[in-house]
Design a binder for this molecule. Structure first.
Ligand code: COA
Length: 332
């Protein structure tokens, strides 16, 4: 293959949408046997956002996407492909991406959902990048959007403290000659850990039934301790290997945007990497874990807070259900 003919991709616009309703630790205390101090110490979370009853995932995604498209200086008709990373699609089918194609007023373009749990946004970014590199698309709308409150068991204190709702979006466009952009992406999976974090019911294995609902199988089940340990080592490995592939060192990194799963996981990974916490972006205190949405929400916040400057080396890194993991290295 003629590598010179491959085109680079850059993030041309970003947007985020967080529902207005806040679920604080004090609110959670009223639902399960827990307390604010335990949640803050063990996770760093203080509150999460909860979608209004009439809002589905595509509604959250729509708001974030609208902002991202305008931020890129584009209009919906300029978008060539839509990828929505989510585990909480509006419906099993049609896809959330198809709803968006219509609600945004895009042309008749490829639109599909991607299921890689918390790694979904970086998976989508990696796929979008290849479409741009090959010359198939010029502008790809990449979204991470979740309404996890619909699949969280508010009787299970091991999980309900963690998750929230939200959406983030990015428009990936062709980078001109010498323009900064995405320089490395990596994504992988290991299905041997599939049952560690799972929504057991409602799929083809255990279809919806009264029995399924009686057993509360329509909600997330998780082995928190095991996920916790694996997450730290995978995040460390992803950052180190990404730097190695690009012949860079940890000193070159200006900002790491990690998946917001637990502030202690982020802190431990930073310690093991020997990178100061000032170089890691953390907003889990306000939103909890919004799965595929955490990375694009954080990118948009970091950008609008002035924490991303032109030429900065930024590392996106995530680990989640599947198990799946992914990283991206980019010049801002
Ligand atoms: N409030 C108070 N006590 C709680 C509690 C809560 N919400 N949840 C669990 N506990 C208790 C446990 O019952 C246990 O009590 P015991 O020692 O009497 O048995 C004790 O706290 C320790 O439980 P443990 O599960 O070991 O806690 P932890 O420090 O691992 O924290 C998580 C639990 C879920 C916060 C943590 O494991 C975690 O964040 N894991 C990663 C999950 C994740 O990020 N998933 C998404 C990945 S994309």
């Amino acid at each position: 293959m003629d590598l010179d003919s491959l085109r680079s991709a850059r993030i041309a616009g970003t947007g985020r949408y967080l529902p207005e309703k806040r679920l604080t630790n004090q609110d959670v205390e009223k639902m399960v046997d827990t307390n604010d101090e335990w949640i803050r110490q063990r996770t760093g979370i203080m509150e999460r956002r909860i979608a209004a009853p009439e809002q589905a995932t595509s509604d959250l995604a729509h708001e974030a996407a609208r902002i991202a498209i305008a931020d890129a200086g584009l209009e919906p008709k300029d978008i060539d492909q839509i990828i929505v990373a989510t585990v909480t699609a509006d419906t099993v089918f049609p896809s959330t991406a198809c709803r968006l194609q219509f609600s945004l007023g895009c042309r008749e373009i490829p639109a599909f959902d991607l299921g890689a749990a918390c790694s979904g946004f970086i998976y989508a970014l990696a796929i979008a990048r290849t479409g741009i590199a090959a010359g198939s698309f010029d502008n790809v709308l990449v979204i991470g959007a979740e309404t996890l409150s619909r699949i969280v068991d508010y009787e299970d204190r091991g999980t309900c403290i963690l998750f929230g709702d939200g959406a983030g979006a990015a428009v990936l466009s062709v980078a001109g000659d010498g323009e900064p952009g995405i320089i490395d992406t990596h994504f992988a999976a290991d299905g041997s850990g599939a049952d560690l974090m799972i929504l057991p019911g409602g799929g083809s294995r255990i279809p919806a039934s009264h029995e399924m609902v009686n057993q509360r199988l329509q909600y997330i089940r998780m082995e928190g301790r095991s996920v916790y340990r694996q997450a730290i080592s995978k995040i460390v490995m992803l950052v180190e290997e990404s730097l190695k592939r690009c012949h860079l060192t940890r000193d070159d990194i200006d900002l790491i945007i990690p998946h917001q799963m637990n502030a202690r996981i982020i802190q431990s990974a930073a310690d093991r990497l020997n990178i100061p916490m000032e170089k890691l972006f953390v907003n889990i205190d306000r939103y909890g874990n919004t799965s595929a949405a955490t990375i694009p929400i954080a990118i948009d916040e970091a950008k609008r807070e002035g924490r991303l400057k032109k030429g900065d080396l930024v590392c996106l890194v995530t680990f989640g259900g599947g198990m799946t993991w992914a990283s991206a290295l980019l010049r801002w």
